[in-house]
Design a protein. Sequence first.
Length: 190
Amino acid sequence: MATFISIFLAFVAALVSAFALYTVKKSSETGDNHLDEIMRLKQQINETNDRLAQLKHDHNILQEQFKKLQEVSINNDMQVLLNTAIKDYNDIASVTPEEGSIGKHERARKQAAEKVLQACNEVCQRFIAEDLSHNTFASVYKSQLQDILNSDDLKEIYSALKSKYPYIERVLLTPIDENITPNFDHFSAN
């Protein structure tokens, strides 16, 4: 949008300049009148450039606001995904299986645990894609995800299925400097 406006305003400025040159060449008035016309046109061009600069500034502000709103939306989605998976897992894990259904209960528990790990992996992937800022990830998710992975049951399941969830290891098991925004470009290619 800003590019289109820039091109349009440059085109208008070129037309105004061409008209000014045409007027100067075709007019039979004195040189003072030509100079006044050129100065008036130059002032219009300067005003147009000032408006363009203001539009670019406003566009940058709107982009930042959009990015923040998008992060809030993604953050909410990730919270719902993670909390739902954890609740489902806890509901299944807290039930004592009846005799004869231990195998079925164990499969259901492992499936629920995999959903929790998938949700953790999704959050880490969103962080790598920079959909979640470093501050949001550090304040909202990092300790929660580490607690999940450190729980005895999920730790065992994660260890067995580590290759299924590559983003968890890249984000949670690799040290991140708190003062530097991470550059994960080399991860997104994999």
